[in-house]
Write a protein that binds this ligand. Structure first.
Ligand code: ATP
Ligand code: MG
Length: 252
């Protein structure tokens, strides 16, 4: 039987995006006894393929906790995270790692670059984990570094870079496996305004041109306003979920 879901799209109507990630009643408790802290108190949400979502809210409201659970970097105390409609708890640990490595890219405020390695080595780490051979790793690594205007730094040690360049190496590493979802936690938090603008251009360019789903935690209202959707967190709950007026979820 045909359902509303199968109906042809009405011209001009917001597209019904298929959720790439979903959560149901997600709970995260840190610690126990007197030091117990309920960081997420039942978060239910769906993130459509190709959406750009800003997660905002005060410090300590649970933004990073939610992002870590969505990115399968941590496990919930209770509730469900599903990817492509499949609950992640049904997958084996190895399948989860594989999914994360193949489908996700991460850009975090703390750079987590390996100090002893070159820019190229840091960039191709996800490919190494995926078992891609050296020649192919180098080819793909250099291609993404070129795109981020870092090719001339490929052989530098990752520590011998400016803050903005390090952030771009993190973006290069997040993109090298051509992820479908890019998670960014305060991607511009440490950067001056010019470098922030460059990083934003890269993120939203990927979103617009390649349909990457963006989930961005930010304190920056301007950055949040560029996203098609704004989720506000307060004390471990989503207190508002607004889409941009166009309803397309696509950034300008
Ligand atoms: N490993 C942990 N052990 C105990 N409590 C934690 C742990 N990680 C986070 N918390 C607590 O959970 C709450 C939510 O933390 P979270 O990092 O998600 O906040 P946030 O919204 O990202 O804040 P910020 O904007 O400061 O990054 C905070 O009160 C924090 O102290
Ligand atoms: Mg945080």
């Amino acid at each position: 039987m045909a359902t509303a879901y199968d109906a042809p799209p009405v011209p001009g109507a917001p597209s019904r995006e298929e959720p790439v990630l979903e959560t149901e009643n997600l709970v995260k408790v840190y610690g126990r006894g007197a030091s117990r802290f309920d960081a997420l108190k039942g978060v239910t949400l769906q993130i459509g393929r190709g959406e750009s979502v800003a997660v905002v809210g005060k410090s300590g409201s649970g933004k990073s906790t939610l992002m870590h659970l969505l990115a399968l970097l941590d496990q919930p105390t209770a509730g469900v995270v599903a990817m492509d409609g499949r609950p992640v708890s049904q997958l084996k640990t190895r399948e989860v790692s594989h999914l994360r490595n193949e489908r996700f890219g991460f850009v975090f405020q703390q750079f987590f670059l390996n100090a002893g390695q070159t820019v190229l080595e840091n960039t191709v780490l996800p490919l190494k984990i995926a078992g891609v051979g050296r020649a192919e790793r180098t080819r793909r690594g250099m291609a993404v570094l070129e795109r981020l205007e870092l090719a001339d730094k490929a052989k530098n040690r990752a520590t011998d870079l400016s803050g903005g360049q390090k952030q771009r190496v993190c973006i290069a590493r997040a993109l090298v496996n051509e992820p479908t979802v890019l998670f960014a936690d305060e991607p511009t938090g440490n950067l001056d305004s010019a470098t922030s603008a460059a990083v934003e251009d890269i993120l939203f360019g990927l979103h617009r041109d390649e349909g990457i789903t963006l989930v961005v935690v930010t304190h920056d209202d301007d950055l949040a306003a560029k996203c098609g959707r704004r989720l506000e967190m307060q004390d471990g709950r989503i207190v508002s979920d607004e889409r941009a007026a166009t309803g397309t979820g696509v950034c300008p």
